[in-house]
Design a protein around this ligand. Structure first.
Ligand code: ADP
Length: 749
């Protein structure tokens, strides 16, 4: 057997890994160990390690990979292996608890489904390497019985503070009003003893003795059904389908309470769209369970991240609220997943590994045999069809809580009720707003476009200001005086003269954005308190909370917002919602354009009349005959979705068929073209599968990358992931060309 020695430059610098166990000698019994790395490699690599290490699948290890030492996770172990001796030895094993079996199965399943190497999914699971070591500690000082030196008044003060509550030296000195040398002296004479406290303390347990709100009869029945599903203890999917304001959150909070109470080790995950920005719902969790849920999203600190990961991995964190990436946390005993606003497009990740978190959440619940609740007032067609087919239970809430009723929805036909030239608000909408303001109520104007105007045009030569990276139009932002590309973030000062014909001051702004609507609103209502709510005016969670709070307490009269306002805010004084341009989302030929427009506008309309004052929603459109508009005005969601479903079924489109996209991109256009054509030639032919393309992507250039697309449609019974994997394997493309596969695409750009 080959004696293996650890190389010198490796683990000593990596906290949390056992250094001493890395040397082993030729007479040891060896295991053959397959290790998956968080890298885009096709499969795990084999190594050897002494049986004495007692490695198990899921253990975090360090292994030599080329010239480097790389972290990886044990995928399988064969002890007493006869042919392990020729393998390279592992270097060390981490102290952290192994990745749970279910996490590994979920990684393998997801990798296959989204057609990516499993290492890419592992990278999303093991996000915080610091979490693999025990928490760092800090020293606090507590009194002992010993006091060898003189008891000066200063020392006595420190001792009494330490007796009250042990603290760091600096904190004790501050509380006692003495210099830190006094504390130091007490430590040296043995009067104070050092205690090492972990920086990342375990989270407080949810308090299950607190009562929930008393539910109305319909809510109570819904909560009972959810609890029943939890009690079943295996995979159960429930669509919690309730109109805005019906109390879906109240109801699923009871299912969470039941889950946590039934099993002291149970963990619950609540996925929330845009959790980093809209945190109001977390306060409701806190009220219900006496403690905030553990948060997981892009805005938490590195320290919070490692703490959350470690506590979830150790099974101590019990209630987690997070963005889509929280699905990849290493839950040990996940018993319930809630996907709130399950229709929300932010559950789909398009960059990097493309995945739809709602769908993966259902897969995770199936793999782990747990309950999942999908909550929405406007469920996606995918989910609704699953419910109608009996694959999910369908629980409905049809009334708003208390006296609140759904708002009246009126369509304003812009062809008939046209605003004046250069204006965007129709006389009807202006009148409704004025009436609300006169009653001391609030108005929300919804315009899903940031900035002042979407197009800046030279009136002398017709030149349109375009983004150099994407060729899309630059959007004027008046407050910053810049032209901005909303796709890439590129921006430039608005030029004084046209870059083509050099005419000075020749630019005109075409079309409205929120800033332009605000300008008009200020002219119409000079005394009103008006604010814009968009990702430009509210970039952080604190800024969002501040605007929402001002609106909630009535410090704003007219709020002009992008889709950020559509999320579940409750504004009791808001009675008039005006949708300035309802047709925006209908353009672009997206498969789900109608469905999304319906979802978004009914969420926005649902902000009106959430308390005791009835609300009105006025929707300005050039297409009042569109199915989505008619359905909005009649509150006929089901009729609308039935028509959508029939259309999709006739075309074999999701959810009645499957889609996958391929995006080929690279810096050199001819090379990208060549690659696209080669790939197209190699497409396997299979029954029930259509391959369309290659075609230039609608966004044919982004940041200097030329893009071509394929769209694949398959019958529902076809394993589209296997088809895509087989196709991808047939072709070797130029190294400058990137191929991204997007199974179940939501973006067609
Ligand atoms: P949804 O999630 O369906 O939009 P919410 O759960 O946010 O509805 O409820 C809407 C509002 O009504 C919230 O302010 C909530 O606190 C209140 N509410 C709903 N049900 C109850 C109840 N049973 N008791 C007290 N308040 C309730």
């Amino acid at each position: 057997m080959r004696a293996a020695r650890r190389r010198s430059n490796t683990i000593a610098s990596l906290p949390g890994f056992e250094e001493e166990s890395s040397d082993f000698t030729h007479d040891a019994q060896l295991s053959k160990v397959a290790v998956l790395f968080p890298l885009p490699l096709p499969e795990p690599f084999d190594y050897c390690a002494p049986d004495a290490w007692s490695l198990q699948p899921g253990d975090h290890v360090i292994a030599p990979l080329g010239p480097r030492s790389v972290r990886g996770v044990v995928w399988s172990v064969e002890t007493k292996s006869a042919n392990a001796a020729n393998l390279k030895p592992l270097e060390s094993k981490a102290l952290a608890a192994p990745l749970p079996d279910i996490s590994r199965r979920f990684i393998d399943w997801t990798a296959k489904y989204v057609v990516t190497p499993p290492g890419n999914i592992l990278r999303m699971v093991v996000r915080s390497t610091e979490a693999l070591s025990p928490s760092p500690t800090y020293a606090v000082y507590a009194p002992t019985e010993t006091m060898s030196g003189a008891v000066t008044p200063q020392r006595a003060k420190v001792m009494s503070e330490a007796a009250r509550e042990p603290a760091t030296g600096a904190e004790l000195a501050r509380r006692a009003g003495v210099s830190s040398s006094v504390v130091k002296a007490l430590v040296e004479m043995g009067a104070l003893t050092r205690i090492d406290v972990p920086e990342d303390a375990p989270y407080p347990e949810p308090d299950l003795s607190l009562p929930g709100n008393s539910l109305n009869a319909q809510q109570d029945a819904a909560a009972e059904m959810l609890k029943e599903s939890v009690r079943a203890g295996d995979f159960q999917a429930v669509l919690l389908d309730g109109i805005t304001g019906s109390g879906k959150t109240e109801v699923y909070l009871e299912a969470i309470a039941e889950t946590l109470a039934r099993d002291p080790s149970a963990q619950v995950l609540v996925l929330l769209p845009e959790i980093a920005l809209t945190q109001a719902v977390l306060a409701r969790f806190e009220q219900r369970f006496g403690t905030r849920p553990v948060e997981w999203h892009s805005a938490i600190t590195q320290k919070a991240r490692r703490r959350a990961w470690r506590e979830v991995n150790d099974g101590r964190a019990r209630l987690i609220a997070g963005a889509r990436s929280a699905l990849f946390l290493p839950f040990r005993n996940l018993r319930l997943i809630v996907v709130d606003e399950e229709h929300d497009p932010s559950y789909k990740q398009d960059d990097g590994v493309a995945y739809q978190a709602r769908d993966l959440a259902v897969a995770r619940a199936k793999l782990g045999g747990c309950a999942i609740v999908l909550a929405s007032a406007t469920p996606s067609l995918e989910t609704l069809v699953n419910a109608q087919a009996g694959r999910y239970r369908h629980v409905k809430l049809t009334a708003r809580h208390g006296v609140a009723v759904l708002p009246d929805v009126e369509l304003i036909d812009l062809k008939i009720d046209a605003p004046d030239k250069g204006r965007w608000l129709s006389p009807k909408l202006v009148t409704a707003a004025a009436e609300a303001l006169a009653r001391g109520e609030q108005v929300l104007l919804y315009m899903n476009r940031r900035g002042y105007a979407p197009l800046t045009l030279c009136r002398a030569c017709g030149h349109r200001m375009q983004s150099p990276d994407t060729q899309s139009w630059l959007v004027e932002h008046k407050y910053s005086g810049r032209l901005v590309c909303h796709l890439t973030g590129f921006s430039m000062p608005k030029p004084k003269e046209c870059p083509t014909c050099m005419a000075p001051d020749s630019f005109v702004a075409i079309g409205p954005g929120v800033e332009r609507v605000e300008e008009e609103t200020r002219q119409l209502f000079p005394n009103a308190r008006i604010e814009i709510f968009s990702s430009d005016t509210a970039q952080t969670g604190d800024q969002v909370r501040a605007i929402v709070e001002r609106m909630a307490v009535g410090e704003i009269d007219i709020l002009i917002g992008t889709q950020i306002v559509a999320k579940g805010h409750n504004f009791p004084l808001l009675t008039v919602v005006g949708v300035v341009d309802a047709d925006l989302g209908l353009k672009g030929g997206d498969l789900r354009a109608g469905e999304r427009t319906y979802q978004l506008l009914s969420q926005v309309a649902g902000r009106a009349g959430r308390a005791d004052r009835p609300g009105r929603a006025l929707i300005q459109t050039y297409a009042p005959e569109h199915d989505a508009m008619i359905a909005l005005s009649k509150h006929d969601r089901d009729g609308f979705l039935a028509a959508e479903a029939a259309g999709r079924e006739a075309m074999g489109m999701p959810p009645y068929g499957r889609l996958a996209a391929v995006i080929i991109s690279g810096p050199d256009e001819p090379t990208v073209n060549y690659a696209a054509i080669t790939l197209g030639e190699k497409a396997p032919s299979a029954d029930g599968v259509d391959v369309w393309g290659p075609a230039p992507a609608p966004l044919s250039v982004i940041r200097g990358q030329h893009r071509r697309r394929f769209l694949v449609r398959a019958d529902r019974g076809v394993d589209i992931s296997a088809f895509m994997a087989a196709w991808r394997e047939r072709v070797k493309l130029h190294s400058s060309v990137r191929v991204q596969i997007d199974v179940d695409p939501y973006s067609f750009l």
